[in-house]
Write a protein that binds this ligand. Sequence first.
Ligand SMILES: Nc1ncnc2c1ncn2[C@@H]1O[C@H](COP(=O)(O)OP(=O)(O)O)[C@@H](O)[C@H]1O
Ligand SMILES: Cc1ncc(COP(=O)(O)O)c(C=O)c1O
Length: 271
Amino acid sequence: MTTVAKALVIAGSESTGGAGIQVDLRVFQQLGVLGVGALTCIVAFDPTNDWAHRFHPIEASLIDEQLEAAFADWDDLAVAKVGMLGTPATIDTVAARLSERRLRHVVVDPVLICKGQEPGAALDTDNALREKILPLATVVTPNVFEAQVLSGMDEITTVEQLGEAAKRIGDLGVPYVLAKGGVELPGEDAVDILWDGHELIETRREKVGPVRVSGAGCSVAAAITAQLAKGHDVLDAVNVARDLVTEGIKARIAGNTPFDIAWQGAYHPWG
Ligand SMILES: Nc1ncnc2c1ncn2[C@@H]1O[C@H](COP(=O)(O)OP(=O)(O)O)[C@@H](O)[C@H]1O
Ligand SMILES: Cc1ncc(COP(=O)(O)O)c(C=O)c1O
């Protein structure tokens, strides 16, 4: 018999393998964590239309069944990552299950935009995420755009503003906020800021050039989740996540889509 830390992922599928649950499960495996998962939606890019997102939600009752099975199977499932949800109905279902099963940590990657949705539907989804999922999160990992939307700030162009946004999101009731500057802020380093309710902790890694890869945000949230599942604290988990994503971007893989994808297999926890 093997005893292994387990983590639940609630996320969408992105079939080219660049983002979503494909990435989350790669990260879990790389960090030695058994991934258990519920699929919320399917994103199929359209290669004949500039790789536009074709977004297909999964029926709420089917999401509920997946969560029912995962929770029923594993008594020690205590940490979850929430990725792309996509519709208010999905959010209601996920929020209900997460409220019922008290988890030690819920890491939320607040994926706000899906280019395949019409704007009105996207706004309803963003509002539902803020109202129903954020109060259940223990860690949230917004990028600059998401930090701006969630904090209500007009602009974020400096590390100080990113820190202010993190605090404001914390005020919505989230204990830990990792606001990711990434390549959006100027400077040699990619700066992400962790707000733990008391202090702002800057985490810096050298920028791997100006490159933007697909799946960087998913990788960070999944790595934090895996480390928390193994019992590490949030700051340790964030540091491992930053190392994993930096190595993953350095070792990026190019296919035919406009963005390269991160290769999480380049990071080795033992150094
Ligand atoms: N070129 C880069 N070099 C180093 N780190 C990067 C680079 N681009 C992004 N990152 C880091 O990758 C993580 C995710 O980036 P981000 O752009 O915020 O993701 P997403 O927009 O996918 O949510 C962050 O930790 C960010 O600092
Ligand atoms: C299913 C799914 N989840 C999450 C994301 C967000 O990915 P990223 O880590 O690049 O922000 C995407 C983007 O296409 C997606 O299709």
